[in-house]
Design a protein around this ligand. Structure first.
Ligand code: PAF
Length: 294
């Protein structure tokens, strides 16, 4: 596996691969790789000839009070893992390479509507930071396909919309959330949890599953369901940010046109913010009358 720190070197190599007729799959990450990331790399290997992974902790997507400085950086372990998975190229740029004039002078990619809700409410600017860096990375790597995890469901939706709106010729593939045996979604931030918090953390997934079962059974008062779920999370020791039943395509309220539902949650456990979601297809037998009471 070759590692590149500059856009120029990476582009030159990818251009040669493309001229040789190879297809390129890209997995953007912020490093501290776990099994969830490795599943993205495995998928990338299945769908293209050449796999490029980036590791870049993007300052533009962190808020002032967030964990940018403390975000886990584990380059040498990450390299071993990527090598073992058969990734060909690692792009590991410094902040100056991505934002040569500083982040304040960087032009931004704003994806409206999808970003002013859910995580966007308490993390203003976060998705603009994500869309901006992902579009830059897409322009540097110029992949045929890019792979993202569904754990960051809102992020995936934002990127799909950006790619569509900006006519980027890239297929976006979303991969199911990788989980520990007890249901906790894998995340680099799980490492922040104390032993006691780690024991409680899977409750977020259990709560979402319970909600999914209720919705799938036709329980249609989503406001009550969401409130009940937030109470349960609070009683378990979480500080819930939101629990919300949404249309999976628009991230807005479920309506008569909804085909897929996503139930998303974000909650703090101690100092760690956890997110998770469950997504499912609405039973066509459930008519709109049963779903209209949000
Ligand atoms: O999901 C992540 O790790 C990051 O948000 C991404 C997509 C690599 C952009 O920095």
């Amino acid at each position: 596996m070759k590692t590149f720190a500059t856009n120029k070197q990476l582009r030159k190599t990818i251009r040669a691969e493309k001229l040789a007729g190879k297809s390129i799959a890209f997995v953007p990450t912020m490093g501290n790789l776990h099994e969830g990331h490795l599943q993205l790399v495995r998928k990338a290997r299945q769908v293209a000839d050449v796999v490029v992974v980036s590791i870049f902790v993007n300052p533009l997507q962190f808020g002032a009070n967030e964990d940018l400085a403390g975000y886990p950086r584990t380059l040498s372990e990450d390299k071993h893992k990527l090598f073992a998975e058969g990734a060909q190229y690692l792009f590991y740029p410094g902040v100056d390479e991505i934002y040569p004039e500083g982040i304040d002078k960087q032009c931004r990619v704003i994806v409206p509507d999808l970003t002013d809700t859910l995580c966007g409410t308490n993390r203003p600017g976060h998705f603009t930071g994500v869309a901006t860096v992902v579009s830059k990375l897409f322009n540097i790597v110029q992949p045929d396909v890019a792979i993202f995890g569904k754990k960051d469901f809102q992020q995936l939706t934002v990127i799909e919309k950006m790619v569509e709106d900006l006519c980027m010729p890239i297929d976006i593939i979303g991969i199911e959330t990788a989980r520990d045996m007890d249901g906790l979604a894998l995340s680099s931030r799980n490492g922040y949890l104390s032993k006691q918090e780690r024991r409680i953390a899977p409750f977020i997934h259990a709560t979402l599953q319970e909600l999914r079962d209720a919705v799938a059974c036709g329980f249609d008062c989503y406001i009550d369901l969401e409130k009940h779920a937030r109470e349960k999370l609070k009683n378990a020791g979480f500080e819930p940010d939101y629990v919300s039943v949404r249309d999976a395509r628009t991230l807005r309220e479920v309506n008569r046109y909804t085909e897929q539902i996503v139930i998303l949650a974000a909650a703090k456990l101690g100092g760690t913010r956890l997110i998770d979601n469950v997504c499912f297809t609405l039973n066509p037998a459930q008519d709109w009358g049963m779903l209209a009471t949000h």
